[in-house]
Design a protein around this ligand. Structure first.
Ligand SMILES: CC(C)(COP(=O)(O)OP(=O)(O)OC[C@H]1O[C@@H](n2cnc3c(N)ncnc32)[C@H](O)[C@@H]1OP(=O)(O)O)[C@@H](O)C(=O)NCCC(=O)NCCS
Length: 234
């Protein structure tokens, strides 16, 4: 059995990041670009990945629960916490991509989270993992004390637009011919109130919606003490 976990980006993951970037964006940033991003105190990455060390053989379940700490953005520092998803089977992927299933990032600029990346490996899309990753990213932005979140999205990217709308992002403007490859416009989306009790309530409600969405694909969200675990049964 293998696992997926949510955790900050590390330098070792960069080859997989570039590969995922190529697959999902056709080359948004280069390796050097990602290295710069990783070094920047403004950039905050969350990845969804297969930690090769976490296998049933190496970690009996009780120990695995200790080792695999879980995300709780209300309670702790995400640098030391991660959320684990276990799955019965994995699609055949290139080695470096096998360890990286999802990637997300925001820049903290003053009190704003500028979301620069959200990607899920094509072999894992439409399983609810994108919204899980985005939910976690917004939780991280809130935990960092940011007030608002914004992003740009291609007008034709219905998948991403639909996802962002689920999280209360609203269109605030448009950048004409923003994407050089196609000349397509970018929609500018915003979501405010990250520090309000209303947002905390919304986060809890999204959690409740994400669980059944994941369950449709056989993923199950479990509460482990105060933490969250997601697993897939055979
Ligand atoms: C956008 C992206 C991250 C979504 O990841 P995902 O894991 O497939 O998303 P989820 O399964 O969590 O879906 C969440 C919601 O997004 C929307 N969505 C996702 N894929 C969709 C698709 N192909 N068509 C329509 N809506 C879609 C739906 O509203 C979906 O909810 P539902 O399944 O309950 O209907 C993924 O498609 C991706 O990596 N795309 C390429 C990179 C990209 O365009 N990133 C966004 C840049 S702004």
């Amino acid at each position: 059995m293998t696992f997926l976990e949510l955790k900050p980006l590390t330098a070792e993951q960069l080859p997989g990041v570039v590969e995922l970037d190529q697959l999902c964006f056709g080359g948004h940033w280069t390796l050097e670009g990602y290295q710069r991003e990783l070094a920047s105190p403004m950039s905050h990455f969350l990845t969804l990945c297969l930690p090769e060390a976490y296998t049933d053989l190496e970690l009996p379940s009780a120990k695995r629960c200790e080792k695999a700490q879980f995300v709780d953005f209300e309670l702790g520092d995400t640098d030391e916490e991660s959320e684990v998803i276990e799955s019965k089977t994995q699609p055949h992927l290139p080695k470096s991509a096998q360890t990286l299933v999802g990637l997300s990032c925001f820049w903290s600029i003053l009190e704003e989270a500028h979301i620069t990346l959200l990607a899920v490996h094509p072999a894992y899309q439409r399983q609810g993992l994108g919204q899980l990753l985005f939910w976690a990213l917004l939780g991280l932005a809130r935990e960092r004390g940011l007030e608002r979140a914004t992003l740009e999205v291609r007008v034709s990217n219905q998948a991403a637009l639909s996802l962002y709308q689920k999280f209360g992002f609203k269109e605030a403007g448009r950048r004409r011919r923003y994407y050089q490859d196609t000349g397509e416009d970018a929609l500018i989306l915003w979501r405010g109130d990250l520090q309000t009790p209303g947002f905390a309530k919304a986060q809890a409600e999204w959690h409740q919606q994400i669980a059944p969405r994941l369950a449709k694909q056989g993923w199950h969200m479990l509460e482990v003490g105060m933490n969250l675990k997601v697993s897939r049964k055979g």
